[in-house]
Design a protein. Structure first.
Length: 452
């Protein structure tokens, strides 16, 4: 693609080329009307959306500040208030406006004067150096002390890295004087080198390197599988311990205490590695990390303080270490996340179930309250009986059959009442709860497949 080269507006206004020269055929037409219209449309869309980053930095943090002309995509110039600090170059519409753009100094690859003679062409086909020669002839007629500086001596360009904040964008700026242009180039270059050195020191600090290496180690699948295996082994040993229940001070008790100390040391080191790899916000915003931290800290407290009242209750937390398997095993984690996300739908289903049970309980008190006060003597007794029926726990032999007399006219209404309740609650409502849970599991699984 041929490079599109344009002359800036000031050069065209100061040019003394006549109308006859405008009609001259240049070296080549470097762009078409459609390309200019496309560039103008893109620039218009870009101007319609102007992100802001708040106010300009305070005066004490500013190294340089001035109104500079900033070149747009269609090679026109817009005045911007530019502020240089020790870490950024900020752009704003005025000294009191919000920031509209910025450049991190450590992402600047070069800052140098822009030579228009070598880069731009006039859109009439006349090379700029031809116009410059005409202007130089005119400048010779003016006394040296009154001559204005050339446009190219007041323009400098800031080039950024391709994978940085500005995506390799080049910023072309124009100062009012040549000395001001040189001052901006000098200060930006100086502060750029200082900021790059500062960033290198930060990136090479001990904690940063430790965080990088810890994250690499912690994210290894084998490491996660090994920790999950240790958690499972710890759970099995706890089961054996509570099955044997060795006496305090016995040889078996010392063996189990040694196992507990071993696992506690391993899990503490794993927690420290996790904290280093994801410090700080990433660690505390993860509920699983908070759970790991709580379990390990309570285990350390219960191990360090043997005679503390209630320490046996703290030791019960050790059994919850097996819950940490849900964090390591993806299939288990999907189930837990599905249960958590289904709390509201399941609560709604249980609310409907409670409403139906309460309605049937009131009816049971009215119908059977006088004949069977043990099961239906009050609303609470009737509600508990209806709950027993919904679970299917001996409701036929313990509740319904003793109420039957063997006469169809009497038994039909009783059987129809309890069978209809059982079908509504046990067959319909409980299956709705299961369907809600399965739908959440399916949705979570599809979401996980999409992310992966």
């Amino acid at each position: 693609m041929a490079t599109v080269m344009l002359i800036n507006r000031r050069a065209k206004e100061e040019s003394t080329v006549g109308d006859d020269e405008e009609e001259m055929e240049g070296d080549a037409t470097l762009f078409s009307l459609e390309s200019l219209r496309e560039l103008a449309t893109k620039d218009l869309k870009r101007r319609q959306w102007k992100p802001t980053w708040g106010k300009l930095p305070p005066k004490r943090d500013r190294v340089l500040e001035a109104n500079l002309d900033k070149q747009t995509i269609d090679m026109t110039w817009n005045t911007r208030y530019v502020v240089l600090t020790a870490q950024h170059v900020f752009f704003a519409g005025s000294s009191k406006s919000d920031i509209t753009d910025m450049i991190p100094l450590h992402e600047i690859t070069s800052v140098q004067r822009q030579e228009l003679d070598a880069l731009f062409y006039d859109n009439r086909g006349l090379k700029l150096h031809q116009i410059s020669s005409i202007r130089e002839m005119e400048q010779e007629k003016v006394p040296e002390e009154e001559r204005a500086p050339r446009v190219s001596e007041r323009i400098f360009e800031i080039q950024t890295v391709h994978d940085g904040f500005n995506s390799g964008r080049a910023y072309t700026l124009r100062a009012s004087e040549r000395e001001e242009c040189e001052l901006w180039i000098e200060q930006i270059e100086r502060l750029r080198k200082e900021e790059i050195e500062r960033q290198n020191r930060i990136n090479s600090s001990f904690f940063t390197l430790a965080k990088v290496y810890s994250k690499v180690l912690y994210d290894i699948p084998f490491f996660q599988f090994f920790v999950a295996f240790l958690i499972f082994c710890n759970f099995i040993i706890n089961i054996i311990n509570f099955e044997i229940l060795p006496e305090n001070g016995s040889y078996a008790a010392h063996i189990f205490d040694a196992f507990e100390l071993f696992f506690l040391i391993i899990f503490t080191c794993e927690l420290l590695l996790n904290m280093t790899a994801h410090w700080f916000k990433e660690f505390i915003t993860d509920s699983w990390n908070v759970f790991d931290f709580t379990v390990v800290m309570i285990s350390l407290i219960s191990l360090g303080i043997e005679n503390l009242p209630g320490v046996s209750l703290l030791r019960l937390v050790r059994t919850f270490r097996v819950v940490r398997l849900f964090k390591r095993l993806q299939s288990l984690r999907v189930i837990i996340q599905s249960l958590l996300s289904a709390i509201i739908p399941v609560a709604n289903a249980f609310g409907v179930l409670l409403l139906v049970s309460s309605l049937f309980s009131v009816m049971a008190v009215i119908i059977f309250g006088d004949s069977d006060k043990e099961l239906f003597g009050s609303f609470s007794l009737a509600l508990f009986t209806m709950f027993q029926i919904s679970t299917g726990d001996g409701w036929v032999t313990d509740v319904v059959r003793p109420m039957n007399t063997g006469h169809l006219s009497h038994d039909f209404g009783i059987n129809f009442f309890f069978i209809s309740y059982f079908l509504i609650t046990n067959i319909v409502m409980l299956n709705i709860v299961v369907a809600v849970l399965l739908d959440e599991v399916r949705r979570r699984s599809l979401l996980l497949i999409t992310v992966c």
